[in-house]
Design a protein around this ligand. Structure first.
Ligand code: S3P
Length: 438
């Protein structure tokens, strides 16, 4: 994609007010996939209308799914595992690693033939991590040098597998479980480090026979899914930009309503708390099987910390925000064990450190992280988000703490996870304007 939009950011007043961020991206993808394989109606409230999720929706429709959209409400008229068929054209998953990796497992299990592709970023991301277990289950699937496009030749019945995850990845785990759903026999996935468990929770809501024994997920192949009602909470990962902004922009107080609080997603709260942030968790409750709360954040002087590597997986998507917090904290922050950041939508270690360096921060890059010396205010300048949505939003927040204006280039992909980000910031008083790069 040729990026044409930039953010123009100026520091100004504190950020004040309340908002509800759009629906959770991980849960939205899974709702569409599981609902399309289930028997009967699935109704989804609060679906994220971001480009990534719409790409999954398009892919499901290309496989014959009957999905009706009414604003953020969705009705899927499922016809069971046999109700889907080979798509006529290649499935374009856009920017979405989740879409591609989960769908590969699901379609392989269903015996469907398909080609899965995506944008430049997605076509450069590693897929061997899913190709190996799928091939071991009997799937005929290949990539180009371990990258997309992926070619899946269907018509095969897969068999269950005992698989120990070599990387802490919810996408790989979910891929194998979704393939196992329609495979013969039992699939066991050993997870040495826990990662988000939305697939497992949602499979249960659809009536699937899946259970956990210590660090192993055990799923009985051939268990049928029954359509259900789903309520998608606000995306904690989208809330992160406001938790950051509310902490570092002077005189701010922000309330975030109805935020998803799955404990395997909220590691940022632990990191920010250790850095001295002032965040309250209000009205912690369960909605549609998922924990949800309202969050309140007030400005606080953050301090640098050494982040234990074992805190990384539960905050993996929030590291662009953590880099900015570190650059604006007093003292040194050390980030280790975060090499997975290099294979996200961009190389997030290098994109964030380049950006922060341009703004005057003192940063040192490490293969698996960084050492950052913080200061209360950065300078300003032109930075490049390199088409990564989370880097774009994080660098925009950094711009709210600079003494000079900031231009963030290549921000079109913000719409993959957070359509309306700049408008939400503007409602709170943040001065972030979208301009055409021409
Ligand atoms: C996701 C899992 C994570 C995360 C991504 C969404 C998911 O990726 O970074 O944004 O929905 O399962 P990995 O599993 O590759 O760590």
């Amino acid at each position: 994609m040729s990026s044409r939009k930039c953010f123009k950011v100026r520091a100004g007043q504190g950020l004040n007010g309340a908002l509800r961020v759009p629906g959770d991206k991980s849960i939205s993808h899974r709702s569409l996939m599981l609902g399309s394989m289930a028997q009967g109606k699935t109704r989804v409230r609060g679906l994220l209308m971001g480009e990534d999720v719409l790409a999954t929706l398009g892919a499901m429709r290309s496989c014959g799914a009957d999905i009706q959209l009414h604003d953020d409400r969705v009705t899927i008229n499922g016809r069971g595992a046999g109700g889907l068929s080979d798509p006529a054209q290649a499935l374009d998953l856009g920017n979405s690693g989740t879409g591609m990796r989960l769908l590969s497992g699901m379609l392989a299990g269903l015996g469907i033939s398909a080609t899965l592709t995506g944008d430049d970023s997605l076509r450069s991301r590693p897929m061997t991590r899913i190709l190996l277990p799928l091939q071991a289950m009997g799937a005929d699937i290949s990539g180009h040098d371990g990258r997309p496009p992926l070619v899946l030749r269907g018509g095969r019945k897969l068999h269950g597998i005992d698989y120990e995850l070599p990387v802490a990845s919810a996408q790989v785990k979910s891929c194998v479980l979704l393939a196992g759903l329609n495979a013969e026999g039992v699939t066991r996935v050993v997870e040495p480090i826990r990662t988000r468990d939305h697939t497992e929770n949602m499979l249960r809501s659809f009536g699937c026979d899946i259970r956990r024994d210590q660090d192993t997920w055990i799923l009985q192949g051939g268990s049928r899914l029954q359509g259900c009602e789903l309520d998608v909470p606000g995306d904690f990962s989208s809330s992160a930009f406001f938790l950051l902004a509310g902490s570092v922009v002077p005189d701010s107080e922000i309330r975030l309503d109805h935020v998803g609080m799955n404990e395997l997603r909220t590691g940022l709260l632990r990191i920010f708390e250790a850095m001295g942030a002032d965040i309250s968790i209000l009205d912690h409750r369960i909605v549609g099987g998922e924990p949800v709360a309202d969050l309140e954040v007030r400005t606080a002087g953050l301090r640098g910390i050494e982040i234990p590597p074992e805190w990384v997986p539960d905050a993996i998507d929030e590291f662009p925000a953590v880099f900015v917090a570190a650059a604006l904290a007093e003292g040194e922050t050390v980030i280790r064990g975060a090499e997975e950041l290099r294979v996200k939508e961009s190389d997030r270690i290098s994109v964030m450190l380049n950006g922060l360096r341009q703004l005057g921060a003192r940063v040192e890059e490490r293969p698996d992280g960084a050492v950052i010396q913080g200061r209360r205010r950065l300078d300003g300048g032109v930075v490049d988000a390199e088409d990564d949505h989370r880097c774009a939003m994080s660098l925009a927040v950094a711009g709210l703490c600079c003494s000079e204006p900031v231009v963030v280039k290549s921000v079109d992909n913000v719409a993959t996870s957070f359509p309306g980000f700049e408008a939400a910031m503007a409602r709170l008083g943040g001065n972030i304007e979208v301009v055409d790069a021409g």
